[in-house]
Structure formats: structure tokens, C-alpha cells
Design a protein around this ligand. Structure first.
Ligand code: ADP
Length: 677
């Protein structure tokens, strides 16, 4: 088993080194990493040799220690520069001093003879080598170097954000796993003041895990990503805290072992693993412990209970990622619960008509289901705008549910609603001004988000209604005219159906009504996409002449040159007819409308009238906007120009307008050149 582990570590370690060596951007700091990895592998190999040859145990072990020392020195240097943007003075004097001191780690075992580091192993246990005082201090140095590297790597990881963090995460974690396994073994060595060669599988497993993670990271997430290293974040090291706790507990267990002789080494390791496992499980499974650890850690390490920036960003991110109002309510309540360590929440909003506060949404607070009347004590505006009410020792006035805190939602001076929070995960947590401040800040954000989304919903509903109203008025108007014509025909048919002239008239009237209905359907249909256009080579002048037949004779004067263009005749004719009609209606039929076809760089059709014209603001804000019309109800729907613009643009052209109020307007359809067939 041991041999397999050593062989696997060596092979995979070498593979990783080759991967690093031949990846596209080899940087000088990678050299340090290579020395580190090769040093660790060499140390394991020498260790295995020491175990195998009982004669030269001390010699091999001395070399193994030197290899370890070299590896830790290189890795300490690597951890200081990896993925960081380095400036001339980014390494502090203290860091440089520590790095220099680390040089002693490989040097000591090389220059000192084996007996000054270790005592010879006992015959019955040749794999256990007791340490001299110097050997002990050397191990202490190794521990500090590992700790220093872990601390730096953690700082790099916490300073990286988003994509950068994603890119380097597994690489850093891999290296940390390697170092952590070394740390475990060294702490054992320090505890018993002896090198136990049989502990090496722990290191090898850590090494293997690390190599796999780093290899995976290099293969799938690319190389290193430079980040701006934040000292502020690095000070909040979790590693230091965790290692501190670990070392203290190991020290205590060592003490206990001295008291009770029958406790042997494996019992200590077992108890430690058990303790660690149970600890991790409790941390992950219990919300209460998580909350407690989080807030206490924040207090001890961060000065403030909350890192407001992170809390704020987390909350905003939740509010942005929502689809509709219901999602938003849920996101608000969950945001409150998770940031403040609460198990239940409910949202009440004021009903503008009745003045009562309606329960809009709840999270795990089933009792929040009855509206609270306007005279309910909780529905009175807070004495200070936005002030949170602490209800922990107040029985809820019926029909309100039990709650610990009431967070008002204020929009300016208006009391728009409130959020109830209850069931703190940590029942003994002292909620104070700091928590209330966070609640108020989140409430402020939540109110704006909720009101904005409600307003947007109401507005789009109102817009839809308005548009529907306009469309139906227009359709109704046309239908009424058509029904009127048809009913006249039916009425007259009773008496004149036998007369051939009437039959002729009737057919014409029916044909006419049918074309009008077709035109109506045509207008209500959407605009075809550019792919759906059926373009063909067309003479624009001829198309303009043909389209002019849709308006009464004598109103239009069509002139210009025969210009070829590639257009969908039916769609382009719709555009021209709409422009002709608008021009005619603007000049009220008594002034001529000029239609000019020509080419100035590109084919164009210009429709000019000397009608009422439009002002600049109308053109900018309303002209091409659907349902904007100045015509009387029933005459204009305000979609003609909107559709025309879409059709012209689908052809790759442009629809332009020049106009002066009271003087007239010119609409120009500019089209791309005819495509050579
Ligand atoms: P509709 O004709 O159904 O109202 P349009 O989209 O074709 O819809 O036109 C929108 C509005 O633009 C018209 O109601 C009118 O106020 C204005 N407009 C369009 N063409 C002209 C023009 N030649 N002169 C003055 N106003 C015009």
C-alpha cells in the first residue's frame, strides 16, 4: 500500500511538473512551485528509502528533511507571489525577513551531522526517530513556514473575486491541501518530539489530493489570474484561527496523555479525527451554530458584527435576479432571514384603498394570514422614520402573528408596509443597534425594489389597456362602416335582387367591403422579418405610381426617374400608401402632395406635403412610437409609421422625416441599391 502511494505521488507529481513546465505562459514564479513539488516528491522518496533500509535510516532521513526544508522555502516564496500583482514594495520587510530565515530550513540538515538532529531509533521501533532539541526547533521552523504559506494562499484566494477566484480556486485549494497534510504530520512530530516514518501516508494522500486538484485546475480553468491583493481581507485569516484551535487541542490532548499513561498515540489521533468530524458536521448541519460562529467570528476578527458591503451586495444580487413580483417578495424575505439569522418572516403591504395592511407573502410564518386593520397598533407609522420595533417582549395584539421584530418599509414619509421577523437561529443572540441598522438599510433597498416593480407592473397593464382600447376603437369604427354597407345591401336586396343593375352594384359593394376587411386584417398583422420578405427587382417609379391609385385621383403628383430597387412590392407599397394617406390628411386634400422618385447615392422616394407639419418634440418622442396619433378617434391608430419604419429597416433602408409646423413635411424612404441578379 505504502509503495503504491509513493509511486502514485511520484508519477502524478512529475506529470503536474511537466504540465506546469509546458503550459503556454510559464512565469518565473512557476520555478518556485516546481522546486516545491520536486522537493516534496524527493522527500517522500527518501523517506521510503529510510523505511526500507534500516541501516541508513538517519542518513536518508537527514536528506529527506533537507528536501522538505527546500520545498517549504520555495513554496513560501511562491505563496507570496502567486497570482498577485506585484509592485516594487508589495513585499513587506517582515515577509522578506521570514523568507530569508526560511533558507535555514534546507541548510540546517545539510550542514549539521545527523546526531545533532536525531537520536538513533530504538531497536524495537526503527521507524520512530526521537528528535534532539535542535531537531525539534527545525520542525518548529518547518511548521511556521507551512503556516506562512497557508496564510498567504488564503489571502490570495479571499482577495480574488468572481471569475478570477473561479480560475485559481482549485489550484490554491490543492496547494493548501498539500500543505495542510504536512501541517498535520509536523504537529504530530512536535507533540511526541519524534519523527514517525509511518505517518508519511497522511502526507502522501494530501500530496495526491493536491496534485489532482491542481492538475484539474490547470487543465480545465487555465493558468493563473493576476489579482489585486487586499491586506484588509488577508488579516481576517481563517486558516490561522483553525490551525490555532487545532494546535491548542493537540497540546491539551498531549497533556491529557501524560496524565493518563494508557492513552496511546492512535487513541489521540482517533479522538482528534472524531472531534474534528463531529465539529465539521455540527457546523454544516446546524443553522444555529453557523449563525453563532459567523457572528462571533465577525465580532472577534472583523470588529463589526457585519461586513455591510458584502451583506448589501448579497441582498442587491438577490433582488436583481427575480422574474416577477412574487419572486421579489420571496427574495426580500429570504434576504432578511439569511442576513439576520432568522427562521421566519412575513411581508405586509398597505392597501391604498382600505388603509389596512395585507399579508402579501410569508416565509415559514403561517400565522401571518389575516389583514391588519388601519387602527391596529402595528399599522401606525413609526415615531422615527424607518425605526425598527423590538417586539421580543411584547405579546402580539390580535390578529397579528407572534414576531420578534417589525421592520417598517418607508417610502419618504409614507409608511408603505412592514416586514415581521421571528425565530432567531441563535435564541441567545443579542440583537442590538448594529442589527437594527442593517435591517433599516435592507428595508430601504427592499422598499424601492418592491414599489418600482409594482409601478412597472401597473404601468404595463395600463399601457396594454390603453393600446387595446385604441385598437378596438379603430377596428370597431371600420367594422361599423362595413356592417352598415352590408346591411344596406341586404335591406335593398329584398326589393331589387332581381334587377341586373342592382346585382352588379351589389357585387361591386361586396367586393369593396371584402378588400377593406382584407386591408384591416393586413394592418393588424405584424411586420414581416427581413428573412420573410419576398424581395424582387422593381422599378420604384412604377411602384409609386401603382400605389398612388389607392388615394383619390388628382391629390398626388408622382414624378422622377425610373430607379431599380430590390423590394417586397406588397410591403413597400404598404409603406408608400401610408405616407401618401398621411400627407393627404395633413394637407386636408386641398394642397398637392409631391412624390419624387430618384437616386442620390441610393434609391429614394420622397413624399412632400405643405400640410400642418409637426414640431421637433413630436417627431422625437412620438412619431414612430406605436399608438401615437393626433387624428380623431376612429381615424388613426398610430401604427402606420411605426410599421412603415420597421418594414423599411427590414429592407436595410431608412425612413427619415423633415418637418416644420404649419409649413409641411417631407418623408424620405432611402433604400439600398438593387442587388445584382
Ligand atoms: P395614424 O395615421 O394611424 O395616426 P401614423 O403612424 O401613420 O398613424 O402617424 C402617426 C401620427 O404622425 C399621425 O397621427 C400624425 O399626427 C403624424 N403625421 C404623420 N404623417 C404626417 C404628416 N405628413 N404631416 C403631419 N403629421 C403627420
Amino acid at each position: 500500500m505504502h509503495t503504491i502511494l509513493v509511486a502514485a505521488s511520484l508519477t502524478l507529481g512529475l506529470a503536474l511538473c511537466i504540465m506546469i513546465l509546458f503550459r503556454s505562459q510559464f512565469v518565473p514564479s512557476d520555478g518556485l512551485l516546481l522546486i516545491g513539488l520536486l522537493g516534496l516528491s524527493a522527500a517522500e522518496l527518501l523517506n521510503a528509502q529510510a523505511l526500507a533500509s534500516s541501516a541508513d535510516v538517519l542518513a536518508f532521513e537527514r536528506w529527506s528533511l533537507a528536501a522538505h526544508g527546500l520545498a517549504f522555502w520555495a513554496l513560501a516564496g511562491f505563496s507570496l507571489v502567486y497570482a498577485r500583482i506585484l509592485q516594487p514594495h508589495s513585499l513587506s520587510r517582515f515577509q522578506l525577513l521570514l523568507l530569508t530565515a526560511c533558507a535555514a530550513l534546507p541548510t540546517l540538515p545539510l550542514v549539521l551531522p545527523a546526531p545533532s538532529l536525531f537520536f538513533a531509533p530504538a531497536l524495537h521501533a526503527p521507524w520512530v526517530i526521537p528528535l534532539t532539541r535542535l531537531g525539534f526547533y527545525h520542525q518548529l521552523g518547518l511548521l511556521l513556514a507551512v503556516l506562512f504559506s497557508l496564510y498567504n494562499l488564503e489571502g490570495t484566494l479571499t482577495s480574488a473575486t468572481h471569475v478570477k477566484r473561479w480560475r485559481i480556486k482549485f489550484f490554491v485549494l490543492g496547494l493548501m491541501a498539500m500543505l495542510a497534510s504536512q501541517l498535520l504530520v509536523i504537529s504530530e512530530v512536535l507533540l511526541y518530539r519524534e519523527l514517525d516514518l509511518t505517518l508519511s501516508p497522511t502526507r502522501q494522500i494530501g500530496f495526491l489530493l493536491g496534485v489532482l486538484l491542481m492538475g484539474y485546475s490547470l487543465a480545465t480553468r487555465g493558468g493563473e489570474e493576476k489579482i489585486v491583493f487586499s491586506r484588509r481581507l488577508a488579516y481576517k485569516s481563517l486558516v490561522l484561527f483553525a490551525v490555532g484551535v487545532y494546535l491548542v487541542s493537540i497540546g491539551l490532548l498531549g497533556q491529557a496523555m501524560r496524565q493518563f499513561d494508557d492513552l496511546n498515540k492512535s487513541t489521540v489521533i482517533m479522538s482528534l479525527s472524531l472531534l474534528g468530524g463531529v465539529g465539521v458536521l455540527t457546523l454544516f448541519l446546524s443553522e444555529t451554530v453557523r449563525r453563532k460562529v459567523k457572528t462571533d467570528m465577525c465580532k472577534y476578527f472583523y470588529k463589526d458584527k457585519y461586513d455591510y458591503r458584502l451583506q448589501w451586495l448579497d441582498f442587491i444580487r438577490r433582488l436583481v435576479d427575480v422574474g416577477d413580483l412574487k419572486d421579489l417578495y420571496q427574495a426580500v424575505l429570504l434576504g432578511f432571514c439569511e442576513n439576520l439569522g432568522m427562521g421566519q418572516a412575513a411581508l405586509y403591504l398597505r392597501d391604498a384603498r382600505t388603509g389596512s395592511f395585507e399579508p402579501i407573502h410569508q416565509w415559514e410564518m403561517g400565522a401571518a394570514n389575516t389583514p391588519l386593520p388601519p387602527d391596529h397598533p402595528w399599522c401606525q407609522p413609526p415615531s422615527f422614520a424607518g425605526e425598527v420595533s423590538d417586539l421580543r417582549h411584547v405579546p402580539p395584539p390580535p390578529p397579528a402573528p407572534a414576531a420578534s421584530f417589525l421592520v417598517p418599509l418607508m417610502h419618504g414619509p409614507l409608511f408603505e408596509g412592514f416586514i415581521l421577523l421571528d425565530h432567531p437561529f441563535n435564541s441567545r443572540e443579542a440583537y442590538d443597534e448594529e442589527d437594527f441598522e442593517l435591517m433599516e438599510a435592507l428595508a430601504h433597498q427592499a422598499t424601492s425594489a418592491i414599489l418600482l416593480m409594482r409601478l412597472a407592473d401597473e404601468l404595463s397593464a395600463a399601457r396594454e389597456m390603453e393600446a387595446m382600447g385604441k385598437v378596438s376603437a379603430f377596428v370597431l369604427h371600420d367594422l361599423k362602416n362595413l356592417v352598415h354597407t352590408l346591411s344596406l345591401i341586404v335591406e335593398n336586396a329584398k326589393n331589387y335582387i332581381q334587377m341586373p343593375e342592382f346585382q352588379q352594384d351589389m357585387l361591386e359593394a361586396l367586393d369593396n367591403s371584402m378588400s377593406k376587411m382584407m386591408a384591416l386584417i393586413h394592418r393588424l398583422r405584424g411586420v414581416p422579418s427581413s428573412e420573410a420578405l419576398r424581395c424582387e427587382d422593381t422599378d420604384l417609379l412604377e411602384l409609386a405610381r401603382e400605389s398612388s391609385k389607392s388615394v383619390p385621383d388628382g391629390v398626388l403628383s408622382v414624378h422622377g426617374d425610373s430607379v431599380p430597387a430590390t423590394v417586397d412590392r406588397a410591403e413597400m407599397s404598404k409603406v408608400l400608401v401610408n405616407l401618401f394617406r398621411n400627407a393627404m390628411e395633413a394637407s386636408q386634400g386641398n394642397r398637392p402632395v409631391e412624390v419624387e422618385v430618384g437616386r442620390e447615392g441610393q434609391p429614394y422616394v420622397k413624399v412632400s406635403d405643405s400640410g400642418c407639419g409637426m414640431d421637433e418634440e413630436f417627431i422625437r418622442k412620438r412619431l414612430f412610437v406605436p399608438f401615437a396619433t393626433t387624428k380623431d378617434k376612429g381615424h388613426g391608430m398610430g401604427i402606420g409609421l411605426y410599421q412603415s419604419k420597421q418594414i423599411v429597416e427590414a429592407h436595410g433602408g431608412r425612413l427619415m422625416v423633415e418637418s416644420q409646423p404649419g409649413r409641411g413635411s417631407t418623408f424620405t424612404v432611402l433604400l439600398p441599391d438593387a442587388q445584382p441578379s
